[in-house]
Design a protein around this ligand. Structure first.
Ligand SMILES: *Cc1c(COP(=O)(O)O)cnc(C)c1O
Length: 429
């Protein structure tokens, strides 16, 4: 190691005495890539700093929310100012209306939107709503897609579930998981078969419109259109899980970018500007079944929390007022893509770089990566070595081959050049 991480090692040992595995979310533990997780103390712009004072170029960005970099001043200042006027009421505030109106002005097909505190909550509530609305129990999800940790979604899930290769999650009952039907991503015939075999029983199809929890896997041409038409024909609610893609791929998320209309949409990550926020919304016809308008119950003590709302509002307003941010961040990611491609071309290693907008990832595979099986058969041991080689040089990739790299607009050309050079050096060895 070219740098020391003694303090992090010490903290990790201490953490394990009082926190399961020393972490509050599994992938953070570095279990699959090996080594000791680094404890962070602060961040500014494109960089974060660990307890030993090491600086890292950040390609996680809190798994998405820090799309404008760490400690983005307008967000920080807005939180400070708001906090002085109480951090929670449990009664409605005008700011919640402003947040909902702002979301509606950016996201297509959102007549009504309900705020929650995480992406998990957003997806779990959207599924309940789709079931309540249709009166059907089953739903389809895709292998390698992650929709949070609610029971129904923990079947062939991506992200940490894939990283740790957990086949069945203890605690999720067969009664629940039997209603979860799964199909490979990007295979419309598999979806059609499930629909034919379960006629009139499927409430929803939930999908990451650009998959990001098995590395980045964009939809193949015509796939989303075909899903839309199956849902229309069969009265199935199409749920776009835009927790990752929302306010990242465009102001209107994947719906805008791919030009596909969803019936319900879920948000998280960017929408909270780094505070715990999620949301689900959609057409009035469906959303009006949520309590207190309808009987599909859904609630939250801290939902619409003032600090969370002002952080999210300030973030979204910035993105709405300056659409050039999306062009810039896409250009930066394209520049990274080109650089990585050149660095890897000269190496004697098969690789696939998937990218759509500012979502990108590298799979060490000799064939196209279009679904979870493709991602799982890539050389993920090599990814783990690559991860550590970069980490040693102060470049922090997601600690799993099953994650998308989250690009922030704070990244400079120099940061990207350094990432590419370090990649080239590693593969020359
Ligand atoms: C992160 C993520 C979730 C879960 O969100 P949390 O805020 O971690 O609960 C759900 N869906 C997708 C697509 C995600 O990337």
């Amino acid at each position: 190691m070219s740098y020391t991480t003694n303090k992090s090692t010490e903290l990790f040992q201490r953490a394990q005495l009082s926190i399961p595995g020393g972490v509050n979310s599994p992938v953070r533990a570095f279990k699959s890539v090996g080594g000791t997780p680094l404890f962070m103390t602060r961040g500014k712009g494109a960089y974060m700093y660990d307890a030993d004072g090491n600086q890292y170029i950040d390609y996680i960005n809190s798994w998405g929310p820090m799309i404008l970099g760490h400690a983005y001043e307008p967000v920080v200042n807005a939180i400070k100012e708001k906090a002085a006027h109480s951090t929670s009421f449990g009664a409605p505030t005008e700011l919640e209306i402003e947040m909902a109106e702002l979301i509606k002005s950016m996201a297509p097909n959102v007549d009504l939107v309900r705020m929650v505190s995480s992406g998990t909550e957003a997806c779990m509530s959207a599924l309940r709503l789709a079931r309540g609305y249709t009166g059907r129990n089953k739903f389809i999800k895709f292998e390698g897609c992650y929709h949070g940790h609610a029971d129904a979604f923990l079947v062939k899930a991506g992200s940490g579930v894939a990283t740790f290769n957990i086949q069945t999650v203890p605690g999720v009952t067969a009664g629940v998981s039997n209603d979860t039907l799964t199909a490979p991503y990007n295979d419309i015939n598999a979806v059609q078969r499930l629909v034919d075999d379960n006629k009139g029983e499927i409430a929803a199809i939930i999908i990451e419109p650009v998959a990001g929890n098995m590395g980045c896997i964009p939809p193949v041409d015509g796939y989303m259109e075909a899903l839309r038409s199956i849902c229309d024909k069969e009265g199935i609610v199409l749920i776009f899980d835009e927790v990752m893609t929302g306010f990242r791929l465009a102001a209107g998320g994947a719906q805008e970018r791919l030009k596909i209309n969803a019936d319900l949409v879920t948000y998280g990550k960017v929408i909270g500007g780094g505070l715990p926020v999620g949301a689900f919304g959609g057409k009035k016809e469906i959303m009006q079944h949520i309590a207190p308008l309808g009987n599909v119950y859904q609630a939250g003590t801290l939902s619409g929390n003032p600090l969370a709302m002002i952080a999210g509002y300030t973030m979204l307003k910035t993105l709405k007022d300056d659409p050039s941010i999306y062009t810039q961040i896409d250009e930066k990611t394209a520049y990274l893509h080109k650089g990585l491609d050149e660095a890897l071309k000269t190496a004697n290693t098969p690789y696939v770089i998937n990218r759509l907008g500012s979502m990108i990832s590298v799979h060490f595979s000799d064939k196209a990566v279009r679904n979870f099986t493709d991602a799982a058969t890539a050389d993920n041991a090599l990814f783990n070595k690559y991860f550590h080689a970069l980490l040693n040089e102060g470049i922090y990739l997601p600690p799993s081959a099953y994650e998308t790299w989250f690009i922030s607009n704070a990244l400079s050309k120099e940061d990207i050049d350094r990432t590419v050079e370090t990649t080239a050096t590693f593969f020359k060895k």
